[in-house]
Design a protein around this ligand. Structure first.
Ligand SMILES: Cc1cc2nc3c(=O)[nH]c(=O)nc-3n(C[C@H](O)[C@H](O)[C@H](O)COP(=O)(O)OP(=O)(O)OC[C@H]3O[C@@H](n4cnc5c(N)ncnc54)[C@H](O)[C@@H]3O)c2cc1C
Length: 580
């Protein structure tokens, strides 16, 4: 694209005409070449300075080669109005492996979906209606590129092509683009307005106007859904059976968020990376590092020497590597221990994140509100309590009640997995003499250390895995299993735990995970044939911290007809419709 791009749309395109016409909630740009990011920064700056901007600005941009962060900063250096935005972009410029990456700015109102890969494959993996399409890849065959992007056009979509990427008049007419003009910078402009009726093989679901949604359950899943919908203008009533949020599995005192890694970079590996990126941004935005969460990284012990996915190098964009000797020594482990180092890993106190999500404008928490039944009431839904009283009447409903979702969606295959964790204080003394590792260690179970509490710090280790069990009592057998697990993970920590056990200085906590058959979350309509019926966001399994924010954004994007945060194959892998 030109060195000094102008905004892709006249500023009125960003208008939020709540006051002057049908409400424009979002503006969606498809850019076939992200280049050095200057076009994105220009559009973002235009959106910021527009008093009547849309609620969301979506940019979906393809890039075959990922530039280094310094190149983004250098490109923006000559434009003082862009340098702050470029720094924000550079701060999220990490882990850009092939595939989709959702970068989030302006508290979730500017969403950049970077699609790293070749244009045809990246376009095939996305499905939405663009308001503006930018053809900017200088080496692409313009007519072929036009054909590939035409399926993203709705009637009225603007097409802008760089001089080097301008399609031929014949190709424009054949694809349905009219009113062709060329601007002072020699860019071609056209509008999608074919003289035929547009019929798509897979039509985009029309965007639901923000209305009132009832969410059942105030755990990680429900709170994340509430926040994602509220950001899009929904009024959300969160109904929680207990007197407070985080009353179920999310009551876990502290949890680990670390990626799944497999030599073939399997579905679960790609999903956890996307999920961690989504949560990470939320943690940075809403919580206090060192108190509510800590971006520590984590060491993963493996029984066998580690095989990295093909193409991953230590200096590549991947954020997991084979752990080095010095890293292992610093963690108090033998230097030849087979292990991985995950740089993008953290401990998180789930209740703090839930509180932050529930505090978003537009979200209302109603406690001691147990939903026993959901009843259709015309185009609305009523949530009834066990005595039949109406708790709330809403346009849409999302079930996010963890394992108790089974009661409201009995047709879905949800399984209970009980788990118990063990906690104790760090030994008193200088942190440098502490036998506990300075960051989490996982493998067969996990150990989290250094979590501040009052004047001291505590560690947590676990957890047991009781398939088919849904009792939350504390069991001595599970305590013994956890003591053995911690000793197997880290001998120094095992000694600390054994001494604390002898002193009677340990606590336990138990909860019940909700899992699906394939261990992946379930996001979508409970009844696949009834998209307006109750939706579910559950089965987060043992990875609620990795999945809640991503699943919530996926649900909200699908309701709003937005570009999805994931490649279509990954989105389908979370969809309830996969069960059919
Ligand atoms: C021992 C253990 C260790 C774990 N460790 C980790 C970890 O290290 N990292 C990680 O990412 N994940 C971990 N998890 C998993 C994580 O805790 C869950 O994935 C996550 O909390 C699930 O969130 P949720 O919102 O789906 O369900 P929940 O947190 O169970 O929330 C469901 C909410 O719905 C409410 N509710 C239920 N029924 C109704 C109703 N009828 N009406 C109204 N409200 C209702 C409940 O009171 C509850 O508050 C662990 C889980 C356990 C048990």
């Amino acid at each position: 694209m030109a060195d000094t791009p102008s905004p892709l749309s006249p500023s009125t395109a960003f208008a939020d005409p709540a006051t002057d016409g049908p409400q424009r909630l979002q503006w969606r740009i498809l850019d076939t070449d992200f280049g050095n990011g200057l076009q994105f920064l220009t559009d973002w700056a235009a959106w910021r300075s527009d008093a009547r901007r849309t609620r969301l600005l979506h940019v979906v941009a393809v890039l075959a080669q990922v530039p280094v962060a310094d190149a983004l900063l250098a490109a923006a250096a000559a434009r003082p109005e862009l340098t702050t935005l470029a720094s924000q972009l550079a701060a999220q410029w990490h882990g850009l492996l092939p595939g989709f990456h959702r970068l989030v700015f302006e508290g979730g109102r500017v969403l950049l979906t970077l699609c790293v890969g070749e244009l045809p494959a990246m376009l095939r993996a996305q499905h939405f209606e663009a308001d503006c399409i930018l053809l900017s890849a200088p080496n692409a065959q313009p007519d072929a590129a036009l054909k590939a992007v035409a399926r993203f056009a709705r009637r009225g979509t603007q097409l802008i092509a760089a001089p080097s990427a301008a399609p031929s008049p014949g190709a424009l007419a054949q694809a349905g683009f009219q009113r062709v003009s060329v601007d002072a910078a020699a860019r071609l402009h056209a509008v999608f307005d074919p003289p035929w009726t547009v019929r798509r093989r897979a039509p985009v679901t029309p965007a639901a106007q923000p209305a009132h949604c009832a969410v059942v359950g105030a755990g990680l899943a429900g709170a994340a859904v509430a926040a994602s919908l509220a950001r899009r203008g929904w009024q959300v009533s969160v109904l929680e059976a207990a007197p407070h949020g985080a009353a179920g599995a999310s009551g876990l005192p502290v949890g680990l968020m670390a990626p799944h890694l497999s030599p073939d970079d399997a579905l679960m590996s790609r999903l956890t990376r996307a999920g961690i990126r989504a949560t990470w941004r939320q943690l940075e935005t809403w919580l206090q590092a060192g108190r509510d969460w800590a971006p520590t990284g984590a060491l993963e012990r493996r029984d066998t020497p580690t095989r990295m996915p093909t193409g991953w190098q230590a200096a590549g964009p991947n954020e997991s590597w084979a752990a080095t000797g010095p890293r292992l020594r610093a963690a108090g482990l033998p230097e030849d221990t087979p292990a991985l180092w995950h740089a993008r890993a953290a401990w998180v106190r789930p209740a703090r994140l839930i509180d932050a999500w529930l505090a978003q404008p537009g979200v209302q928490l109603r406690t001691c509100a147990r939903v026993a039944r959901l009843v259709r009431d015309g185009t609305h839904w009523q949530a009834l309590d066990p005595t039949g009283n109406v708790l709330v009447r809403a346009d849409r409903v999302v079930i996010a009640a963890g394992i108790d979702s089974r009661m409201l969606a009995p047709a879905l295959p949800l399984n209970a997995v009980r788990g118990q964790v063990l906690m104790g204080p760090h030994p008193i003394g200088a942190p440098t003499a502490d036998p506990l590792p300075p960051h989490p260690v996982n493998g067969d179970g996990h150990l989290i250390t250094g979590v501040p509490e009052g004047e001291g710090r505590f560690w947590l280790a676990g957890s047991t895995y009781g398939r088919g069990e849904d009792a939350r009592d504390i069991r001595d057998t599970d305590t013994q299993a956890n003591l053995a697990r911690i000793a197997g993970l880290h001998a120094g920590a095992g000694a600390v735990a054994a001494a604390a056990f002898a002193r009677g200085d340990l606590r336990s906590w138990a909860g019940v995970r909700c899992t699906s058959r394939d261990r992946r979350p379930l996001v979508g309509p409970v009844d696949p044939s009834d998209a307006q019926g109750p939706w579910i966001c559950s089965a987060l399994g043992s990875r609620g911290l990795s999945f809640a924010a991503l699943c919530a954004e996926l649900l909200a994007a699908r309701w709003s007809g937005e570009p999805l945060p994931l490649q279509s194959a990954l989105a389908q892998a979370l969809d309830t419709r996969r069960l059919a």
